[in-house]
Design a protein around this ligand. Structure first.
Ligand code: F6P
Length: 359
């Protein structure tokens, strides 16, 4: 019986279980045995896994998170071990590949974002057969138009903006909503547009606080006594550094962004004299049940990944280009970020409808 492994790496997002289900059900019907590693690459390093039988993957389509657990720290090339009360980092990639080989795995399907694809690429270079599935609410993965998880997160952030609108209007305040996305503005742009934000600030366009203040005051002069600012966690003023909430030393991407909305909130109050409030949406954006779009996309991705296994087309990540599912070489993806082109159609749609991009 042919055997395939599967893992979910990096930050979780809605739709992971839908992919696990689709890969497994598709391969089980072809008499493969599918096993799932627990907690991302950590499970592969520590040989912790479970069987993904038909029963194990039934009833999980609509569940958020991942039944396998995930980790955005685990890295076989940089694995922490305790030695004499000190933490040392070792390369245990050989052992990791040996674990997969001992289990008789034909390939490991790696469901994750940029960090996961970078590790998958390195393991591939050492001989492991891998297949990638693009996940992240940030939508910043190179090679695909849309990652699963993004649509759900846009809906959550849009609902938050809708709700903030009513209280902003009642109290005549400037309301800032801080949205995730790391160094890419897709999530803020999507939710800002859908939620009718007056000002949208993304990392790709460095803002000028005076321009923002003037837009708020101009709205006020026109009798619009409140303003909604959708601000990306990675947004920054021209020449400024990112606002860092914490540094996670043992993570491949150490910086966790957060807090720009609080800083900007007091700057806007100072310049305009208007009352302002900041709301940081945080991990709410990654939680809960996937949207119908993400369930469908995740299922299409999972089925396509299973097809790559059958065709033994290893080293590829499934992708959506236009409305077609295709695949791209993982070696082209790892380490690259797909950011928003400042001339993108969505930016033009925003400015054409009167939205300020803060410049
Ligand atoms: O990449 C997904 C993401 O949610 C980013 O939008 C955010 O910056 C980061 O992960 C948060 O990471 P953590 O879950 O470690 O706080």
């Amino acid at each position: 019986m042919k055997r395939v492994g599967l893992l979910t790496g990096g930050g979780d997002c809605p739709g992971l279980n839908a992919v696990i289900r689709a890969v497994s059900k598709s391969l089980l019907q072809d008499h493969y045995k599918v096993i799932g590693f627990e907690d991302g690459f950590l499970g592969l390093i520590e040989n912790r896994y479970r069987s993904l039988s038909w029963d194990a993957v039934s009833g999980i389509l609509q569940q958020g998170g991942t039944i396998l657990g995930s980790s955005n720290k685990a890295n076989p090339f940089h694995h922490p071990t305790q030695k004499d009360d000190a933490t040392i980092y070792t390369d245990c990639s050989d052992q990791t590949i040996q674990n997969a080989s001992d289990l008789g795995l034909e390939a490991v399907v790696c469901i994750g974002g940029d960090g996961t694809m970078t590790i998958a690429k390195q393991l591939m270079e050492k001989g492991l057969s891998v297949i990638g599935v693009p996940k992240t609410i940030d939508n910043d993965l190179y090679g695909t138009d849309i990652t699963f998880g993004y649509d759900t997160a846009v809906s959550i952030a849009t609902e938050a903006i809708d709700r903030i609108h009513t209280t902003a209007s009642s109290h005549h305040r400037v309301m800032l909503i801080e949205i995730m996305g790391r160094y890419a503005g897709w999530l803020t742009l999507g939710a800002g547009l859908a939620g009718g934000a007056d000002i949208i600030l993304i990392p790709e366009i460095e803002y000028n606080v005076d321009v923002i203040a003037e837009r708020v005051l101009e709205r006020s002069r026109r009798g619009r006594r409140f303003s909604i600012v959708a601000v990306s966690e990675g947004a920054k003023a021209k020449g400024d550094d990112f606002t860092v909430q914490r540094v996670v030393e043992d993570s491949p991407d150490k910086l966790r962004l957060g807090g720009i909305s609080i800083k900007l909130c007091s700057e806007i109050e100072d310049v305009t004299g208007l009352e302002a409030r900041a709301t940081i949406l945080g991990h709410l954006q990654r939680g809960g049940t996937p949207s119908a779009f993400d369930r469908i996309l995740a299922t299409r991705y999972g089925v396509a990944a299973a097809e790559l296994v059958r065709q033994q087309q290893f080293g590829d990540m499934v992708a959506l280009q236009g409305n077609s599912i295709t695949s791209v070489a993982i070696e082209e993806i790892g380490g690259r970020t797909r950011t928003v082109d400042p001339d993108h159609q969505l930016i033009r749609a925003a400015t054409a409808t009167g939205v300020s991009m803060g410049i």
